[in-house]
Design a protein around this ligand. Sequence first.
Ligand SMILES: [Fe+2]
Ligand SMILES: [Fe+2]
Length: 135
Amino acid sequence: MALIVWDQKLETGHGKIDEQHKSLVEIINRLHGAMKQGKGKDELGGILVFLKDYTVSHFAMEEQLMAQHSYSGAVQHKAIHAALVMQVADLVDQFQQGKATLTLPVMNFLEDWLVKHIQGEDYKFALELRGKGVH
Ligand SMILES: [Fe+2]
Ligand SMILES: [Fe+2]
């Protein structure tokens, strides 16, 4: 079974944000599947790097939307993005240096890392956009 199941609880109501969140969920699920199948370090590392890169470009897209629509919570939201990128970049480094392995607790950390951000900051952001007629 997939680690994260996409459902309404993950929807912010903004089309492009939700579409990219679905991709992030898929990448984390792919990583989880590869971990369970006992895939090697190269394959797991490749998916992790892809997750990090996709995250960076997703956050940039959201931050551009924030600027475009003068989002009131932009400063805080961007600071949280920066911290989240550091966390995933750290994980990638540790993994590549052989100091960390992919385990279920690590996968649960990634699940939390994404889900809490979507349901917290991203939801608030999409709500304000919706109030401005932006979906
Ligand atoms: Fe997001
Ligand atoms: Fe965000």
